[in-house]
Write a protein that binds this ligand. Structure first.
Ligand code: GLC
Length: 664
């Protein structure tokens, strides 16, 4: 059962698409105070677990810290960070009383989950204009499904998007892309996508291609496709300010950019230097911006990643002027001794400054809305612009689309990647813990930069992270400019990388099938053990193993130099390892604790008692996989219902998409 409570005059975020009856009563749980903005408080039982918040820091159980939904471009995901790129305001209290809460509020909102006082959950925001959904159900899992039911079906990518992708900030020329394609194909490591970061553009201008480096771009796209490799370009939120650049000229002429209070177009510096932000909250401007993607789809492009859409601001004109004044004081020794930390702080405040987000406006149905009041909707609507455009461009076709910034609702238009992580072992674990939380909020097509974006990776870190990436729908190796080369073929014993990535391809039919079922049934692709074994007190607290689909459990290794790991089995399971040259080892393990050995080149998984999964031969691309007669792994006599379609069109409801497979 879902109750909707309205406070003040909420902004229509369009996160919820199904009509929910409005309640005139007070929320069934906790207490709401409107004395100072909005505050919801609830006294938690000592044993309560709090799930949710999608793309957020720390654990699966969010208790014990304070999180702030305020979409932020911050490349340092250290434990103390309270805001990342997304705003996913759904939480789920599981324990003495079990219920879900969705705070549909598009600006900054704080979740103090036992941080100030260990038993108090406090959710507050500055303005009491929001919709609060209270969801009751038979279990936490049931509550998630109900919530997913009202926010609409999750985005479904094309099947090639379940292949492996290579990315790097710094590929500049055709030759760079040929080299990557060769590196993978010659080493017989499967690959379906190469991502094009900002350097493919002309001076970082959206919807342009550097003409010198990419002559006959359409032909180049086709050449790659002939090898079953798709090129996936990046699109940034800011449109470069440059006379003669058509996108800029059109946007200015039609008033499609966000404006300052005085009506002038707001200027924010990002990669291209000065840019304007398309007003994606305005229907007409959104349609216009979406239509720009045609420039690339017309040349054969079938997928994109949307970036810098918090929107990130390196600095504004206003911010720079203020900074100059402050620096002048230091330069003239007006303050002595010079407070260096303060100086450093002043410089840091230049980027993504809250002041700047109050300096520009959207035009929403003729109403001016100051950006900071709807800040968390920008990435959502930029991606929606693309998603809506794809419907116009090729209504029957699926496009690959994922975004950095997001709000619940965007999950209908695209997936997300988790932004600029680091080549740190702790970030493997963060990646794992975030996955089910994201699924709760509707984001199924997700993944992290495997190997780590910032800092130099190591061979073992990349291998272990890829072994987790085998199971994340988005499996992409991406790294920052200036870091060590991170393509799989750059390391010794390349066959180890081949084994790990081949395991992914062998599992694609199963992973895709489970993804499709999750998307079509408002279900989760990855879930906490607690959702499957709620009666098992130990399983309920496990955070470094996850259930994937309905058949398997995963337990990645996330420590350097570890030969394996401890794992808890809530029931008897078949322990499977994908090894070298297509070998598979199987061992039945009893319920309980075990230490399992896993070599760097192996991919482990656990099949639940009484279940089975299909496995196929590896191939160099998803398209080349032969799924006619899969090998079945698991328990004798078990059946598996495989979902399989062409992976290109949207014939989701066809009964012929399902096929029953039996383990003999
Ligand atoms: C941002 C993105 C990153 C990309 C870089 C350059 O930091 O998060 O993935 O490589 O910008 O475009």
């Amino acid at each position: 059962m879902i109750q909707k409570h309205i406070f003040g005059s909420p902004f229509e975020t369009e996160a919820v698409v199904k009509k929910v009856q409005k309640s005139n009563e007070a929320p069934a749980y906790g207490a709401v105070s409107l004395d100072n903005g909005f505050t919801f408080s609830y006294t938690m039982d000592e044993e309560d677990i709090v799930y949710g918040l999608g793309e957020a820091n720390r654990g699966l159980n969010k208790r014990g810290y304070c999180y702030i939904s305020n979409c932020t471009d911050d490349p340092n995901h250290t434990e103390d960070k309270r805001s990342l790129y997304g705003a996913h305001n759904f939480i789920l209290i599981s324990g003495k009383q079990t219920f879900g809460l969705f705070f549909d509020y598009p600006s900054t909102i704080t979740f103090d989950i036992g941080y100030t006082r260990s038993n108090i959950l406090k959710v507050c925001c500055e303005r009491a204009d929001l919709a609060l959904y209270v969801i009751e159900g038979s279990s936490p899992y049931d509550i998630v499904k109900q919530f997913r039911g009202i926010i609409g079906r999750s985005y479904i990518p094309p099947k090639f998007a379940f292949g492996f992708g290579q990315s790097r900030w710094g590929y500049k020329t055709k030759e760079d892309f040929y080299r990557v394609a060769r590196g993978y194909r010659e080493n017989h490591i499967p690959l379906d996508m190469i991502y094009m970061d900002i350097d493919y553009m002309q001076s970082y201008k959206d919807f342009t291609v550097n003409e010198e480096n990419f002559q006959d771009f359409g032909q180049f796209v086709q050449e790659m496709k002939d090898q079953n490799i798709r090129l996936i370009p990046i699109i940034d939120a800011g449109v470069k300010v440059e006379e003669g650049y058509q996108v800029y000229e059109e946007g200015v002429k039609n008033r499609y950019f966000c404006q300052r209070e005085d009506g002038s177009d707001f200027v924010a510096a990002v990669w291209p230097g000065d840019t304007h932000f398309p007003d994606v909250l305005n229907t007409e401007a959104r349609e216009w911006f979406g239509d720009q993607y045609r420039f690339l789809t017309d040349q054969g492009i079938e997928g994109f990643w949307n970036d810098m859409n918090e929107p990130a601001i390196f600095y504004s004109r206003e911010g720079m002027e203020e900074l100059k004044d402050i620096l002048k004081k230091y330069a003239e020794y007006e303050t002595e001794p010079i407070p260096v930390w303060e100086l450093e702080g002043t410089l840091k405040k230049l980027a993504n400054n809250p002041e700047d987000y109050r300096r520009f406006y959207h035009n929403v149905n003729g109403q001016r809305v100051r950006h900071d009041l709807v800040h968390n909707l920008f990435g959502f609507n930029m991606t929606r612009a693309a998603g809506e455009a794809f419907e116009r461009i090729a209504p029957d076709k699926r496009f690959l689309m994922f975004s950095r910034s997001s709000y619940i609702g965007m999950h209908r238009y695209g997936g997300i990647w988790t932004g600029d992580n680091k080549s740190w072992w702790s970030h493997i674990l963060l990646n794992l813990k975030m996955m089910p939380s994201l699924n709760m909020c509707g984001f199924l097509y997700t993944g992290a930069d495997l190997g780590g974006f910032g800092a130099d990776t190591t061979r073992d870190l990349l291998l272990r992270w890829l072994a987790l990436g085998v199971f994340t729908p988005l499996m992409r190796n991406h790294t920052a400019l200036g870091t060590r080369e991170q393509e799989c073929y750059q390391f010794e014993n390349v066959e180890d990388f081949r084994s790990v990535i081949e395991a992914r391809y062998r599992l694609v039919p199963y992973l895709y099938s489970e993804y499709m079922k999750a998307a079509l049934e408002n279900d989760m692709y990855m879930k906490p053990l607690a959702f499957v074994y709620p009666e098992d007190d130990f399983a309920v607290r496990v955070e470094d193993q996850m259930m994937l689909g309905n058949e398997i459990m995963i337990a990645p290794i996330y420590e350097q130099n570890a030969k394996g790991r401890y794992v808890y089995l809530p029931e008897e399971m078949l322990f499977v390892k994908f090894g070298r040259d297509g070998s598979i080892t199987e061992e039945f393990l009893d319920k309980g604790h075990h230490y399992v050995e896993v070599a760097l080149y192996e991919v482990p998984l656990f099949i639940r008692r009484g279940k089975c999964i299909p496995v196929v031969e590896a191939a160099l691309s998803v398209e080349e996989l032969c799924t006619q007669k899969p090998q079945m792994l698991g328990y004798k006599g078990a059946e598996y219902v495989l979902f399989e379609d062409d992976g290109v069109h949207k014939d989701f409801e066809n009964k012929n998409n399902y096929r029953v497979l039996t383990k003999k």
